[in-house]
Write a protein that binds this ligand. Structure first.
Ligand SMILES: Cc1cc2nc3c(=O)[nH]c(=O)nc-3n(C[C@H](O)[C@H](O)[C@H](O)COP(=O)(O)O)c2cc1C
Length: 188
């Protein structure tokens, strides 16, 4: 059986102060995820957003990664109770590629830890025929969690446990949906 492919989409993280640290922390955990049958691909929202503005298609390479993935992790900050606009452009740059797949979330922000951004994303991904994962990873006051060098300043053990829980649920759904798609094409 082919390995399960999970694409991690980093939303607006390279431009912000906290985003690179959060995404590095998550990526280091993901690649150590003990299930050897899972492969992670990493996409930056800047590369998957359409070159021609909202509504345009993704570039071929990231489009292939999105199409071949069995599931996704969206890593997002929260700005004024929402998720970044660049992320919406990137999501809308594909359609059937998302169908019948599973989506998990890692969010970060101030007081809310990005929870409201995630709730909004559930609505968007529901329109795209996905199963969103119940348990999320949420970093509250994320700016205070990482130093200038991007290393954690606080004990993140509870968040690391949340990453593992979310990935266990995500890979269960991603595999179940892949098996279902292989038996019968998703009607859409
Ligand atoms: C314009 C703006 C709006 C924000 N709105 C929220 C918000 O609604 N809820 C929240 O928890 N944090 C909010 N924050 C805090 C950010 O989510 C937090 O600083 C996060 O670490 C920013 O990520 P970044 O540094 O990668 O851009 C906001 C920050 C900015 C700059």
């Amino acid at each position: 059986m082919d390995k399960l492919r999970i694409a991690v989409i980093l939303a607006a993280n390279r431009r912000g102060r906290t985003g690179p640290a959060v995404s590095r922390w998550f990526a280091e955990l993901a690649v150590k995820y003990p299930d050897q049958d899972v492969v992670f691909d990493f996409l930056d929202v800047a590369e998957i957003g359409p070159a021609d503005g909202h509504g345009g298609p993704m570039a071929p390479a990231p489009a292939r990664t999105v199409a071949e993935a069995d599931g996704y992790v969206v890593l997002t900050p929260e700005y004024n109770h929402g998720y970044p606009g660049e992320l919406k452009s990137a999501i809308d740059a594909a359609r059937r590629e998302w169908f019948g797949k599973a989506v998990g979330f890692v969010s970060y922000g101030g007081m809310s830890g990005g929870l409201r951004a995630v709730e909004q994303l559930r609505l968007v991904f529901s329109e795209l025929h996905t199963a969103t994962i119940r348990d999320t990873v949420s970093l509250h006051n994320a700016q205070a969690m990482f130093g200038e060098d991007g290393e954690p300043l606080v004990d993140l053990a509870a968040s690391e446990a949340a990453v593992e829980r979310m990935l266990r649920q995500l890979t269960w759904w991603a595999l179940a949906l892949r098996e279902a798609r292989e038996r019968r094409p998703y009607p859409g």
